[in-house]
Design a protein around this ligand. Structure first.
Ligand code: ZN
Length: 428
């Protein structure tokens, strides 16, 4: 017996809206037609709902091992499923950091045992993420690492980054870079600009990001490595990626929903739910990342889901840790504020959350077609409701978007043909 999704809206190859049935058997899509006869399959009525390939988030902090009070692989993957994500990549800045093959295997095993979506761990570039000695890339890849990153901090030494790229290229692993020059960023808590000045808060200047972006693009050009910029936020970084692509450098970039939808003028006051790294930058930067997304300079939208406990976030702007949660709000926020406003087409948004991340990280996912993995997201684009952090499945409640009214909520998430999350009182 299979799972039959009836009369769903879908996007065809040209990005046009079509209606049809999808049959899922043994974890794969086995038929996709205008009408599929019911032969005792379990049916989901998808009339007036959309079915997309499951969303892929290439930048998630699952916090396990070491910071289980913030999030666990179990709670983080449930939050992912609720947000319509069927595949996530988790960052290595855990405790201990994911710098040993055993730790990569441990995350993978826990994800299979306790998780509800696919998890691909990203391994550390340097031992203990201290920027001084490379990890064993070969062993980490053998253990299942999907990419390499010291996310949370930038790789300060140019020599170290160059060696990392040379080695990563030989193994075909992408370098996924948190771009931050410590000497320029030192001690900052918000973007260096009008807001930081008004509130007397130490600023993080944009050059702390784009100096690394520029350096790394040149190193990628020299070494031929596959280089992916994490959470791009500054207009100069967007320009550097655009120019790098024009020269044929293998550079890709991601942007987080909060950098697309907010700038430092939107911070109501010293509220740590608006404290993240990179910080919310100026209006001009925000407009530049939106433009970069629209013109294809920025390939992927990734949430940088970064849960913290309420106690940690209650410490005020200076002391609270950086980061906000993002998995459960990404699609409704982006659909409401980029698609309904006409900035991005629905097909473009879906491409940036499925096709592109799959392409960059070499996954055979992100498409609806016969034989494809049955990782699917059912979304009600008409459903309108506010963001309620108290309902999050993530342990983190730290979001600047509480109370925002959004359209386009995922209502069921299917991984390998199994419904792993379903909205209560939904249509099934
Ligand atoms: Zn980061």
């Amino acid at each position: 017996m299979g799972l039959l999704l009836k009369q769903a809206y879908m996007l065809n190859h040209s990005g046009e809206q079509i209606v049809g049935d999808i049959l899922v058997e043994n974890g794969k899509i086995t038929a996709l037609e205008e009408q599929i006869a019911d032969r005792g399959h379990r049916e989901i009525n998808c009339r007036n709902k959309w079915v997309f390939p499951g969303f892929i988030d290439v930048h998630v902090h699952l916090r396990e091992p070491g910071f289980e009070a913030k999030e666990t692989i179990e709670s983080g993957t449930r939050a992912a499923a609720r947000g319509g994500f069927t595949t996530i990549f988790c960052m290595p800045n855990t405790n201990p950091p994911l710098d040993q093959p055993e730790l990569i295997k441990q995350v993978l095993n826990t994800a299979v045992r306790e998780g509800v979506v696919h998890v691909h761990p990203i391994a550390a570039i340097t031992k203990h993420q201290q920027g001084e000695e490379l990890t064993d890339f070969f062993a980490l890849k053998e253990a299942g690492a999907a990419a390499l990153s010291d996310d949370g901090v930038g790789v300060q030494s140019s020599h170290m980054m160059k060696q990392a790229m040379i080695k990563a290229k030989l193994l075909g692993l992408p370098i996924v870079a948190h771009c931050e020059d410590d000497t320029l960023a030192a001690g900052g808590v918000v973007h260096e600009g009008a807001f930081s000045q008004r509130h007397g808060l130490p600023g993080i200047p944009s050059d702390s990001e784009y100096i690394h972006v520029g350096r790394d693009i040149l190193l990628a050009e020299e070494t031929g490595a596959r280089y992916h910029v994490c959470h791009i936020s500054a207009k100069e970084s967007v320009r550097l990626v655009r120019e790098g692509k024009q020269r044929g450098v293998k550079v890709t970039a991601e942007v987080a929903p909060h950098h697309l939808l907010l700038c430092d003028e939107d911070i109501p006051g010293p509220d740590p739910n608006f404290k993240m790294n990179p910080p919310l930058r100026s209006k001009t930067d925000q407009q530049a990342v939106v433009k970069g997304l629209v013109d294809g300079t920025i390939d992927v939208i990734a949430t940088d889901h970064a849960p913290h406990t309420e106690e940690e976030k209650a410490q005020g702007m200076l002391k609270a840790p950086f980061g906000i949660v993002g998995l459960e709000t990404a699609f409704p926020l982006l659909y409401t504020h980029l698609v309904k406003t006409g900035i991005l087409s629905l097909a473009q948004l879906v491409e940036k959350m499925t096709v592109k991340p799959a392409e960059i990280f070499g996954l055979n996912k992100g498409r609806l077609g016969i034989g494809a993995d049955a990782d699917l997201t059912v979304v009600d684009l008409d459903l309108e409701q506010p963001i309620r952090p108290e309902h999050f499945l993530s342990k983190g409640r730290n979001t600047p978007f509480a109370g925002w009214i959004c359209h386009g909520w995922p209502i069921a998430t299917i991984v390998n043909g199994t419904v792993v999350w379903q909205a209560q009182a939904s249509m099934v």
